[in-house]
Design a protein. Structure first.
Length: 434
């Protein structure tokens, strides 16, 4: 049964992956057609074609390798300086440029002269190239909101899980009381496991971070604490003491290995599934975007640890970069967890949402062959054309993005090597969510 659930989880992620790719390419396709650019092909996947059907002037299909997708627009790059496709050069760098230019004019038909991608105004080209990643962002936001507001997420609550019997500095990393330790304010006040704190020092709250901040801000003060105990509200009094506690960042997350002196009550908060309101959901998503940007910027620094995890005896870190294979494996593990089916589904949706957020951020990098590289080229063309107009100089014409193809091949090579490294690590030393 566990194996079947694991396979089901992989299948759910695979469907989410295909939908995400198709949704991305639909953004490119719809805006390209809106601006009159001819699109001969819309494909989900790479390699041999499994299924295709031609509707109008576009062939729609699915290919065998579901690790990406593309649409083919005619005239992605302008012709050479003489207005014609240049002859093949013996220079390998020049050859890359000419190959890209030739591919851009494949399937050119009479009447297509005004339907080429490069002939569109730069702002239209920016929209076409941005539309793909933007669709991934829209899908990510939609899935995140569905989970946060519809299912809820696991987080600490104001319900007491356990009560500390004494005051111990958290940096000491021990949980056994010694004779010299003072009794904790929570134990002295009579707080019990299962109590739900509904107000602290007259402030009613049902959010853990707010309650935690109130406790930390009141060292040395005796405060009334109202708890819900078996359906009845009971008022307790506790004298908050100063203690060394874990530092929190601006989003309320614990900063590992750093401590501050603040108010201490002495209890552990229970965790539960809590639905978020719209404002909290937006804040949560903002934090995740920040985390994703930081992770993307830190990718080069993670390569040594990833190499050691793949080919050495290093441990695979929980936040280590994962590829499609690793994410699919996590998707399988989600459906084998001993949690309610609704939470399994919520976690699977979160996984697909995170994948779409990563697709958006990665594709926005201003490097060819990524969408961000074409956006950067269009913006540069607009800048230099407007500058020439202001300076009353001749129009420099379209910016030839094809000249950057050697750089694109280098970027693609680096990306392929990194993908293979992640693939090996995902197979021999995978990230495990349990």
């Amino acid at each position: 049964m566990t194996t079947l659930l694991f396979i089901l989880g992989i299948g759910v992620f695979a469907v989410g992956l295909l939908v995400s790719i198709a949704w991305h390419e639909l953004g490119h396709l719809s805006t390209a057609k809106l601006f009159g650019i001819r699109v001969p092909q819309y494909m989900v996947g790479f390699g041999p074609t499994i299924f295709s059907r031609k509707k109008g002037e576009t062939e729609y299909g699915i290919k065998a390798i579901p690790f990406g997708g593309y649409i083919r627009m005619i005239g992605m790059f302008p012709p050479g300086p003489d207005g014609r496709l240049e002859a093949r050069s013996t220079s390998p760098w020049r050859g890359m440029i000419e190959d890209a230019r030739s591919a851009a004019f494949e399937e050119l038909r009479p009447g297509d002269e005004n339907r080429l991608f490069y002939t569109r105004q730069p702002w239209k080209r920016v929209i076409v190239m941005f539309a793909g990643p933007f669709m991934n962002l829209v899908l990510a936001v939609g899935l995140f909101l569905t989970v946060l507001m519809g299912f809820g997420i696991s987080q600490q609550t104001t319900t007491v899980s356990s009560v500390s019997q004494c005051v111990i500095a958290q940096s000491e990393n021990r949980d056994t009381c010694e004779k010299s330790d003072a009794a904790s304010p929570a134990a002295a006040a009579g707080l019990k496991a299962g109590d739900k704190i509904v107000s602290f020092d007259g402030v009613r709250t049902d959010e853990w971070n707010e309650l935690s901040d109130l406790i930390r801000a009141n060292p040395g003060k005796e405060v009334p604490i109202v708890v819900d105990r078996d359906g009845e509200e009971v008022t307790l009094r506790a004298e908050i003491v100063a203690n060394q506690v874990a530092k929190k960042d601006s989003s309320g997350q614990i900063v590992e290995g750093e401590y501050v002196t603040a108010g201490f009550l002495g209890f552990s908060a229970a965790t539960g599934i809590v639905k978020q309101d719209f404002g909290s959901s937006v804040t949560w998503m903002g934090d995740r975007v920040g985390d994703a940007v930081d992770s993307l910027a830190a990718l080069p620094s993670r390569i040594p640890a990833l190499w050691d995890a793949a080919f050495g005896d290093g441990e695979r870190e929980a936040d280590s970069p994962m590829g499609v294979v690793g994410a699919a494996r996590v998707g399988g593990e989600i459906f084998t967890l001993d949690v309610p089916a609704t939470q399994q589904l919520a976690m699977a949706l979160m996984l697909v949402a995170g994948f779409n957020l990563s697709l958006f951020l990665f594709n926005m990098l201003p490097l060819l062959p990524l969408d961000g590289g074409h956006i950067a080229g269009a913006l540069w063309e607009s800048l230099r054309r407007n500058l020439a107009k202001v300076l009353r100089r001749p129009d420099p014409g379209p910016f030839d993005v094809a000249k950057l193809m050697p750089v694109a091949y280098v970027v693609a090579g680096v990306f392929i090597c990194f993908t293979l490294l992640v693939l090996v690590a995902d197979v021999v030393n995978p990230v495990r969510i349990s």
